[in-house]
Design a protein. Sequence first.
Length: 276
Amino acid sequence: MLKIGEFSKLTNISVRMLHHYDEIGLLKPIKIDAQNGYRLYSVSQVPDLQKIVMLRDLHFQIPEIQSALHDWSKETLIKKMKCKILEKETLIEKEKKLIKQIEQTIHSIETEQLDLHYNVILREVFDQYVISLRKKIPHYHNEGILWKELYQYVRKNHIEILKQNNNNIAIYYDEEHKEGQVDIEVCFLVKHFVECSTPYQCKVIKGVQTMACMMVRGSYQNLNLAYQSFAKWLEDNPQYQMNGLSRQICHRDYTNENNENDYLTEIQIPVHIMNG
């Protein structure tokens, strides 16, 4: 048997890490000397330690390593490796999106758009016939899933939607910003009432006498700045108060523009004049 220091030298693994592997149950000593408390290891444990180090270097978590050691077969190991590849690819995509967001922020700083003021225009919005789909989705970024589902239903059932850039409306039902289970309804404008099957519906979106509208050019990241600008507008115009569900209309998006900087989104927020 080998003392922990000797085992450390033979395997190039520090005593501290061997203590750690012992504590978490990955690799325990063969024996602990009852008289002096020394941890004793066997040469037969070297292969298991090599497996642990290999999986650790591949960013496997402790439970994953424990599972792999329990069933160290070729088929199982390859399956776990492929799952790890998918996991890392997902992380890479998230990092790419973050890099893109950072680059857009740099562009905003360079072009002095961080403090960009969005003009608020008050106008009346009239009743509109729509075909819609309302669901709770994991995040605001998943809104595209609803649009795809609604478009496929419209196309499959040969439902005629208005042929114009602003033929879409997204309505947000939550009273606050949600981190998950976001309640959104997506709508296409139609000329008249059509029969629909659940969960799709055809209905009239009621008009709003006073709608605060802002046109937002560029990436969807700019929408946050626009909402902040609207908050400042409310502060500067205390006679107005929010009075209903906010809407967004895409006048130009990925369907007709190749460059995000050319996107054009309209934010609509119902308001009313406060008494007194």
